[in-house]
Design a protein around this ligand. Structure first.
Ligand code: ADP
Length: 494
């Protein structure tokens, strides 16, 4: 096998979301933090994003006056603008096709919350532009050594590059396998993709076009966002019908845990919370708890355990399990503070329980970044009984803030939360349970509340949690290794 000697790479990082330019979920956070951490390791990263109105506006002050490239791709006039990610020196390229991307709403949906009907055309074209840039066919006189694509929206890039003699190495990251980018055969025809892609070994999935297969089948290396999720997606239970393909590529697959943005999430300097604190002195956390109880209309009881929940109110997050245990938990003297939005049914049932327990349970339906920080800091316990969780950020934030998580032992939750029943006491930092049932959640909560009663023991777990390393530097080193392997794979083919 040919060896590449250079340990750093020129990277084109392709994503449909980047914080703070355009965010729907965790992909946006990763697409901002990982390229910066890679840059610190010496990689030269160019970030590629569609030119949504929010992205164009937020990148306007540092944007070059003229587009750096103008192309006609599949009949569309495409401009590529260069700027930097706000507050950083990371080079940002925005793919500007007004008919496709200059729209209100979020990157995938209109303001009413419905998917844009032409999402396949939008991200199909985005992928074609990325492939042209990767082959230095946009007149920029620059070619990456690695193209790193993320989720279905950019998954066609490795497929489009396949067979191109001058192509760079390709890496594809699965952030959530539940989203495939499924479209009918007629869309496959409209996109004018090469006919040989239409086979179940390539982009076809039970008579449909599945964008995600472009990455899973064709990328030199595939990653996902936790080691356990990398194992789980090879099983029928979590594989979303793609487990056979993923098993087939298992020797190219690795799970790398996401880091957290420690500028944003750090109890020692968090502008959203009333008092800063560190592992050595948790007095500030006591003040944060009292402030949270007061602001949320909970009785101010320093000794009552307070459990928090933050997240999308959807089936994935196991919110129905929380609903089942809520009456027992509240009757036992625990307080609960919840923040989230999602399914109207779940929103209604949670609000109904809260109304029955004034002073003991609070709910805020909606999105509130500041309250998310205040719950993370002020709660003692964090509830995260997700049915599946590729990585999960909220449990890492809580650990970092000394708020001990109670989690279903799945995906990234299994890789970050360690229960005393399954680990050494020097590592224990929370409580986990399986299977995903209310009874199992309840028994983990019972152990958690018992531990809460033993202040010394609780403090030990808090210290373990707060001293855990969630830096992006650790993850970026692992991605660096993947880039080297992908380049070796590619070099061995030439
Ligand atoms: P997912 O990406 O599946 O929604 P994660 O735990 O990986 O779950 O990340 C969720 C992110 O969104 C976290 O940063 C979390 O704090 C934030 N979040 C989710 N819901 C809300 C909300 N209602 N208000 C504020 N922040 C929220």
């Amino acid at each position: 096998m040919a060896k590449t000697e250079k340990t750093t790479s020129d990277v084109l990082f392709v994503s449909s979301e980047v914080f703070p330019l355009a965010k729907v979920g965790g992909l946006a956070d990763v697409s901002a933090s990982l390229p910066q951490a890679l840059m610190k390791l010496g990689h030269k990263v160019h970030l590629l994003l569609p030119a949504y109105p929010s992205a164009m506006a937020k990148a306007a002050s540092k944007r070059k006056k003229e587009p750096i490239a103008e192309l006609i791709v599949q009949g569309y006039q495409v401009r590529v603008w260069q700027s930097v990610l706000p507050g950083t020196s990371l080079v940002l390229w925005l793919v500007d096709v007004p008919e496709l991307f200059d729209r209100p709403g979020n990157p995938y949906q209109n303001p009413e919350g419905h998917d844009w009907p032409d999402n396949a055309q939008r991200f199909g074209l985005f992928a074609r532009v990325a492939a042209m840039l990767a082959l230095d066919r946009a007149g920029l006189n620059w070619q990456p050594e690695v193209v790193h694509c993320n989720d279905w929206q950019s998954a066609l890039v490795p497929a489009l590059l396949d067979g191109q003699p001058a192509r760079p190495a390709t890496v594809f990251t699965v952030h959530n396998l539940a989203y495939h980018g499924w479209f009918p055969y007629s869309t496959f025809q409209e996109l004018a993709l090469p006919m040989h892609f239409w086979s179940h070994e390539r982009l076809e999935f039970h008579g449909q076009l599945a964008f995600i297969k472009g990455g899973l089948v064709y990328a030199d290396r595939v990653t996902t966002v936790s080691p356990t999720y990398a194992e789980e997606i090879q099983t029928e239970a979590f594989g979303q019908g793609l487990d056979g393909l993923i098993r087939h590529r298992h020797d190219r697959l690795v799970g790398i845990l996401n880091g957290i943005d420690e500028q944003e999430w750090n109890p020692a300097r968090d502008p959203h919370i009333i008092r800063a604190y560190e592992a050595d002195n948790l007095d500030g956390k006591v003040a944060c708890k009292a402030a949270l109880q007061e602001s949320q209309g909970l009785e101010i009881q320093p000794d009552a355990p307070l459990a928090g929940f933050i997240g999308r109110l959807v089936d994935q997050k196991g919110v129905d399990l929380i609903v089942e245990v809520l009456p027992g938990l509240l009757d036992s003297g625990c307080q609960v503070a919840m923040l989230g939005s999602g399914s109207p049914e779940l929103e209604a049932v949670i609000a109904e329980v809260a109304a029955r327990y004034p002073g003991r349970m609070s709910v805020f339906i909606g999105y509130d970044e500041g309250l998310a920080h205040r719950i993370t800091a002020g709660a003692d316990i964090f509830l995260m009984p997700s049915r599946f969780e590729p990585c999960g950020l909220n449990q890492m934030y809580s650990l970092h803030y000394g708020t001990l998580p109670v989690v279903h032992a799945v995906g990234g939750l299994r890789d970050t939360v360690f229960d005393e029943t399954t680990t050494t006491s020097a590592q224990a930092n929370g409580f986990s349970f399986e299977p995903a049932t209310a009874a199992a959640l309840w028994s983990a909560l019972a152990r958690c509340l018992e531990c809460y009663g033993n202040k010394k023991h609780w403090k030990t777990l808090q210290r373990n949690a707060m001293e855990q390393d969630f830096s992006w530097d650790r993850s970026a080193r692992a991605y660096s290794d993947v880039y080297s392997l992908a380049r070796e794979d590619r070099a061995s083919q030439i």
